[in-house]
Every structure is written in structure tokens, then in C-alpha cells.
Write a protein that binds this ligand. Structure first.
Ligand code: DP6
Length: 326
């Protein structure tokens, strides 16, 4: 590293959406067709160091010790280009990123990764941007990453354009001690990624209905969080997840993310609910099932999930804080 190297490190947690982002009105800027609400996942994180170095001929990306090229590097360079332009610098950067999720567990890492990248890149370039500006920058890398910037329970407003489409905290982590038990479902196949999936959303005849009803679901979710009303939260996050998967299954081509074990977990969660155990499922663009519960029930639910055939592992997370520099 030369003396002119400008470097910064940042940390960000992953998040799980309660009301999902699915479909863009502007794919390049990642402006969504509906707002979304999520909870940061404390304990599932990415740590990223960005170093702008005079000696580098091009941007470099290393994730968990492996050098990455192609599409992933292009996505990272797109963020670095915004930062270079804003800061008036031309230097290429080395990006070293590590996440602590077991690789191959099918846990999407783009949310934590782009949140940490946006913060580290802005700071390395000397930009003193506020949280909203970092969230907006992270959004351009991955929509859900905008939500990993603020703390705790977070809402990403769809906004009217690039300037006002960013995420804000609607409640701090300590507001409601919830947990996420992630049932990992064994799956050899690589499924269609979110970016391709968002592009297919408008081909489903159900997407218009899902989007039209989004303000209602967002309001119910906001109120459930504000009032710590678990039963209302459970109903709305399951409905929202089922509606997104209905859109996925009816897109052209169709996207089926569920495996038999995915359905087995969903069925078990519904049975537990009838038996009075507070738990609710939500599923992203993959077969794993996130089971949201009060923190007091986390160990019990994780143990129950481990007994279900087809569940290979269970990861647990608590409500996480904001992305921050290290
Ligand atoms: C199903 O944020 O991963 O997890 O913007 O293309 O990176 P890109 O998509 P991404 O989409 C997330 C989709 C989801 C729902 C959600 O997290 O809101």
C-alpha cells in the first residue's frame, strides 16, 4: 500500500423482510414497485474493507479469501463508480469482504454485503454522508441492502425517485426482542437469483394485486411492530410471503423456490401457532424458511425445527443494529 491509499472498514448485518420487495419500477436504480419492512439479523454479518490505491489498474474483489470476477465485481464497481464520481477521485479499489454465514447454506449475502460496501467505500473516499445517503447508495448495489443500513426494524420507502427511495429505522433493536430461526433446507440446485426474479415479477397476473394491496400490509406491519402485537405480525408476514411466492410461481417463466421440506416447515409452524406457540414463517428467493418468534422461544423453536426431516441446519439471529464503521 502506498502513502496515498485511502482505506476504511465497515460492518453490516443481514436482514429479513417482513413485507417483501419484489419487482422494480426502475431496474438500474433499483427503485421498487412497493415499500418494504424488515428486521436486521444480529449475528449474521459482513465486514468489508475498501482501499483506494494508486497502484491498482482495476477494481479487485475478494470474498472470504477468494478473488471474484465477472458480474459480482461489476456490481461492486458500479457502487465504487458512484463514490469516485461524488468524491472526485479516479483511484481503483481493493474490496476485501468477509461474512460469517456458512457458505453454501443458501443465506443471501447481498444485503449485508452491499450495506457494508456502501459505508466503507464512502468513508474511504472521504465522503461524510448521512445514513439516508448511505442507504440510497447501498440500494443501487442491492435493493434489500438499503434496509441493512439503519438499525433494528426498518422501512424502505419506495419514494418518488432516486433521491427519496431509502430506508429508515422505525424502531430500535431493543424495542422488541424477536429472533429469527432459519431452517436450512438441503438443496443442490442453484435457484434463480433475486435480480432476475425482480425482472420477471410483472409477467405474473398476480403482481398487480400484490402491489395494489402493499400499502395495507405495510400499515398492518408497522402497527404490529409499534404495538409489539405478535399475532398480527405473524398473520401479515405469512400472507406477504405467500403472496410474493404466488407471484413467483405464476411468473413466466415460473419460479418455484419451495422444496418438500420448505412446505413441511410451513405446515409445522401453522400447527405450532394453533397450539399457542408464537412463531411465523417467511421465505425469500430460496427454499430456506425464516421462522420469526419472540426471543424467549428461540431455543425451543430451533430445536423443533432441527427435528423436521429435510432441515439440515438451523441458524439463529436476534434483532441487529445499524451498519457502522470499524
Ligand atoms: C425475496 O435485494 O436480493 O429477499 O436488488 O436484485 O439485489 P437485488 O435483489 P434483492 O431482493 C430481495 C428479495 C427478497 C425480498 C426482500 O428482501 O425484500
Amino acid at each position: 500500500m502506498s502513502d496515498n491509499t485511502r482505506t476504511a472498514t465497515a460492518f453490516a448485518n443481514s436482514n429479513i423482510a417482513f413485507i417483501k420487495y419484489w419487482g422494480n419500477r426502475d431496474a438500474a436504480l433499483r427503485l421498487p414497485v412497493n415499500g418494504s419492512i424488515s428486521m436486521n439479523l444480529g449475528g449474521l454479518y459482513t465486514r468489508t474493507t475498501v482501499s483506494f490505491e494508486p497502484s491498482l489498474p482495476m477494481d479487485e474483489l475478494v470474498i472470504n479469501g477468494s478473488e471474484i470476477m465477472g458480474k459480482a465485481l461489476e456490481r461492486v464497481s458500479a457502487i465504487l463508480n458512484v463514490v469516485r464520481q461524488s468524491a472526485g477521485i479516479a483511484l481503483r479499489a481493493e474490496v476485501l469482504s468477509e461474512n460469517n454465514f456458512p457458505t453454501g447454506a443458501g443465506i443471501a449475502s447481498s444485503a449485508a454485503a452491499f450495506a457494508a460496501l456502501a459505508l466503507a467505500a464512502a468513508r474511504a473516499a472521504g465522503l461524510t454522508w448521512n445514513e439516508s445517503a448511505i442507504s440510497r447508495l447501498a440500494r443501487i448495489g442491492s435493493g434489500s441492502a438499503s434496509r441493512s443500513v439503519p438499525a433494528g426494524f426498518v422501512e424502505w420507502k419506495m419514494g418518488s425517485g432516486n433521491e427519496d427511495s431509502y430506508a429508515v429505522s422505525i424502531a430500535p433493536p431493543g424495542h422488541w426482542p424477536l429472533a429469527d430461526c432459519i431452517a436450512i433446507v438441503a438443496d443442490g440446485h442453484k435457484s434463480t437469483g433475486s435480480t432476475e426474479g425482480h425482472a420477471l415479477a410483472p409477467t405474473s397476473p398476480l403482481q398487480a394485486a400484490r402491489v395494489a394491496d402493499a400499502p395495507r400490509r405495510l400499515e398492518i406491519c408497522r402497527r404490529a411492530i409499534a404495538e409489539r402485537d405478535f399475532s398480527s405480525l405473524a398473520d401479515i408476514i405469512q400472507l406477504d410471503s405467500d403472496m410474493m411466492h404466488a407471484v413467483m410461481m405464476t411468473s413466466q417463466p415460473a419460479l418455484f423456490y419451495w422444496k418438500p421440506a420448505t412446505l413441511a416447515v410451513m405446515g409445522n409452524v401453522r400447527t405450532w401457532q394453533r397450539d399457542g406457540l408464537p412463531a411465523a414463517y417467511t421465505i425469500d428467493a430460496g427454499p430456506n424458511v425464516h421462522v420469526i418468534c419472540p426471543h424467549s422461544e428461540m431455543s425451543k423453536i430451533a430445536a423443533l425445527l432441527r427435528k423436521i426431516s429435510g432441515v439440515s441446519d438451523v441458524l439463529t439471529a436476534t434483532v441487529g443494529g445499524a451498519a457502522h464503521p470499524l
